[in-house]
Design a protein around this ligand. Structure first.
Ligand code: AKG
Ligand code: FE2
Length: 270
């Protein structure tokens, strides 16, 4: 796993709000990730979370992507892959923070002939306040302009606010909130299987439809800088935990948000 980021990559990320890392996984590691993700997704059946409460929305959302959250909760190999401290360090280096917690992992599989992913920002959905949140998006298949590669609006991580735009049926609803972005040029991020992109939680991004007969598989993980505090949103927090939290509380529960890397503290390993 190529988790050493260069000063150029860090600068690019900080300036643009995203960066593509080619050949992130070796061909052997890619096979391990594919097998683990395929297994963990199959075992989850059509449940969004390991708690098996909410079934996925087959009518609309599953045609954008098959989304299965926190595979680390119910698949040992996924836990080992997601808890890799090298990944945490890479995120800490890019974000310029000391410690990194998992907010949630998620498989995002755009099915054959699947719908586009509407433009959105991520962090407004999540339950914490930070300008330094970020996600890694690992391509498990070659990702092209034809099958739904990601697109980014460069620099929007410095501008985006807290309004939530649902990933709904209108690809461009985000531009109703940010009309000043309407003439921006979106940058596509096609990549080979095993490469990855990292984007900030406030970078506007979306994906085109999948115009091919094969799935576009991606494994992603969203990260919260250690020290982040509660924003008031429930998102994926369990009800009992959510009810105990007050605005501004530190989110430091290792069972919910494992600390996978810290420059000085002890951290969790799988
Ligand atoms: O995979 C996609 O189509 C969207 C990915 C995304 O929104 C994300 O990783 O934050
Ligand atoms: Fe997103």
């Amino acid at each position: 796993m190529n988790t050493e980021v260069t000063p150029e990559q860090i600068n690019f990320y900080r300036e643009n709000g995203f960066v593509v890392i080619d050949n992130f996984l070796t061909p052997e590691e890619l096979e391990v990730w594919r097998k683990a993700v395929d297994e963990a997704v199959a075992q989850r059946e059509d449940f969004l979370m390991a708690t098996r409460e909410a079934r996925a929305d087959k009518v609309f959302y599953e045609q954008v992507f098959i989304q299965r959250i926190n595979l680390w909760n119910d698949h040992a190999k996924m836990k080992e892959l997601m808890f890799d401290a090298r990944l945490g360090k890479m995120m800490a280096d890019l974000a310029g923070v000391d410690g990194i917690r998992i907010w949630h992992d998620q498989a995002l599989i755009k099915p054959a002939w699947g719908n586009p992913t509407g433009w959105h920002l991520d962090n407004p959905f999540w339950s914490f306040t930070s300008r330094d949140s970020l996600s890694v998006w690992v391509a498990l298949d070659d990702v092209t302009l034809e099958n739904g590669c990601l697109y980014f609006l460069p620099g929007t991580h410095k501008l985006g606010g807290w309004d939530v735009t649902k990933i709904g049926e209108n690809v461009g609803d985000l531009f109703k909130i940010y009309p000043e972005w309407i003439n921006m040029k979106a940058i596509p991020a096609p990549m080979k299987a095993g490469s990855c992109s990292i984007h900030n939680g406030f970078t506007a991004h979306g994906a085109n439809s999948n115009m091919t007969p094969g799935p576009r598989r991606a494994m992603t993980c969203a990260y919260m800088p250690d020290g982040s505090t509660f924003s008031g949103r429930k998102n994926i927090l369990p009800q009992e935990y959510f009810e105990k939290l007050k605005l501004g509380d530190l989110l430091d529960d290792d069972n919910q948000n494992p600390l996978i890397y810290h420059r000085t503290k002890e951290y969790v390993t799988a």
